[in-house]
Design a protein around this ligand. Structure first.
Ligand code: CDP
Ligand code: CA
Length: 494
């Protein structure tokens, strides 16, 4: 028996296999490290939404190396400032700045200290401050100075405190919902935006028809796509101001019909059994209405709980007769037909969600709301002992106002009603104008699409892993094949 030994081939194969495996591991490790730092570096931004009813502080966060990709910015934290909106500090402007302290201290805790100096902070004030500016410009300037002074005292990068326009509020709300829905880099349609505040309401969408009025048209180029938007903001048509408009009209007609003392305002939008004493200036203290010559007179606000009469009374705050264009929403404002899906957020969501009316047909919504409005006030209070009576008493009015605004104002039909999605958040982030505002001011939405890698990061890692595995299996197969054929050759020789 002659045994032929090949003294070199087995160690060589093992050595080669080891080198290749180690090579692959190093290659994968390097590509992982190169594409994604081990510790994700985040950047931050702060936006204060100074609304008519309250101020909220939003902290946003995004991975530092991906800031130009759609959908990468997320809401890290929100803080609700105690007390009312900044416009309520007109008689005590210092109080406006001081009111922000607790939430700004919280922001200091939430954002890593080494990022503070580069973190931009913006304050945008909306309809409450627009109204204050109309009423008393000096007072509104003092309030803005006060909040600016307060924000500058923090270690962040202060970028300004200003009253944003209604067009900006509408357009940035639209950018937010479409950015969060990742609609902006896809050929698919976009989501219209419906925002209901306390003092104004906005409608923004990509229409199919021509926009006949210059004021309602906004053009954007985002990620290489052109968007031609219709937007309008109705000042005084937020739900709190609309309540004043509507009560004012009812009070006027009550006074015309019957001058008896005491004045009793019989209101179909409030529950049966509801009875509160109010003063006339309490209803008329707004630039949205001309003053009534009834200084300090009190009246009884008495609920009737009749939904259809309530809707009739609300219709009176919309002028749907005069229209200088081919078509209008109301008050002579041009509006093309609503088109596509809509996200309805802020008070649209809060009110409809509270009443469990976010997913019914228009007809069912009306039926359920009619039943709710006719529920006695005593029962409503019993069912919700933890909610402030002021808020609780207004849901029937607010929801009826929402239906009337959407149907009679914006001309949604029972068919297009199902295109409205009542939403509060998309993913982790609230729907609202603040995110869009920050994305715009930090240039995080480029006009042209940024260069994209051939493969997304996750796909790349998976690909590398599977590819390495394949090479390994092939190597093993070759090794075993080689070993078997050597053994067979050895046997043959034996
Ligand atoms: N949980 C909440 C929070 C706010 N809201 C209402 O949502 C509206 C928010 O308006 P806002 O303060 O943003 O006012 P604008 O300046 O946007 O008109 C107010 O009418 C609040 O009463 C609500 O109904 N439920
Ligand atoms: Ca708002």
């Amino acid at each position: 028996m002659v045994k032929v030994k090949n003294p070199w081939h087995r160690p060589v194969v093992i050595f080669l296999a080891a080198v290749i495996i180690v090579g692959i591991i190093i290659m994968v490790a390097i590509s992982v490290i190169q594409n994604k730092p081990l510790h994700q570096k985040c950047k931050y931004g702060i936006v204060l939404d100074a609304g008519s009813s309250h101020t909220s502080v939003f902290i946003y966060e995004w991975p530092a190396e991906k800031e130009n990709n759609t959908g990468m910015v997320r809401q890290k934290h929100t803080c609700n400032v105690q007390g009312k909106g900044i416009s309520s500090y007109s008689a005590n402007p210092q109080g406006a700045g001081a009111s922000l302290q607790l939430c700004m201290e919280e922001a200091k805790q939430k954002i890593p200290a080494h990022r503070h100096p580069e973190t931009p902070v913006y304050l945008g004030a909306t309809a409450g401050m627009r109204l204050l500016r109309m009423e008393n410009e000096e007072a509104s300037d003092k309030v803005l100075d006060s909040v600016a002074h307060s924000l500058k005292s923090y270690p962040f990068s202060y970028q300004g405190a200003r009253i944003i326009s209604g067009q900006e509020e509408g357009a940035f709300g639209w950018i937010t919902v479409n950015y969060l829905s990742k609609n902006l880099r896809k050929p698919t349609g976009t989501l219209g935006a419906l925002d209901l505040g306390g003092a104004s309401t906005q409608i923004t969408f990509v229409p199919q028809q021509n926009i006949e009025s210059y004021d309602n048209s906004i053009d954007f180029r985002l990620y290489g796509n052109d968007y031609h938007l219709y937007t309008h903001s109705f000042l005084c048509y937020g739900k709190d101001q609309a309540l004043k408009l509507s009560m004012g009209k009812k009070l006027e007609s009550t006074l015309k019909a019957d001058k008896t003392d005491p004045i009793e305002l019989r209101d179909p939008c409030f529950h049966p059994g509801y009875n509160f004493t109010r003063t006339v200036p309490n209803v008329f203290n707004t630039p949205c209405m001309r003053e009534m010559k009834l200084a300090n007179e009190t009246f009884f606000h008495v609920g009737l709980g009749n939904w259809s009469q309530c809707q009739q009374s609300i219709r009176k705050v919309f002028n749907t007769i005069d229209c200088p264009y081919s078509r209008c929403s109301f008050n002579g404002v041009f509006q093309p037909s609503v088109y596509g899906d809509f996200g309805a957020f802020s008070a649209f969501f809060f009110v409809m969600d509270f009443l469990n009316l976010t997913s019914d047909t228009l007809a069912t919504t009306k039926q359920k709301l009619a039943a709710y409005c006719s529920t006695p006030w005593k029962k409503i209070v019993e069912n919700h002992p933890n909610i402030k009576e002021k808020y609780l008493s207004e849901y029937c009015f607010s929801a009826t106002y929402i239906l009337t605004l959407l149907e009679d104002g914006y001309k949604f039909t029972s068919n297009s009603w199902k295109d409205i999605r009542f939403i509060m958040k998309i993913g982790d982030s609230d729907a609202g104008w603040t995110l869009g505002y920050m994305l715009n001011l930090t240039n995080m939405i480029p006009a042209e699409a940024p260069d994209t890698p051939l493969m997304p990061y996750e796909g790349y890692v998976t690909f590398m892993f599977l590819f390495s595995l394949l090479i390994l299996v092939l190597l093993l197969l070759v090794y075993f094949y080689f070993r078997r054929s050597t053994r067979t050759a050895q046997k043959d020789i034996i």
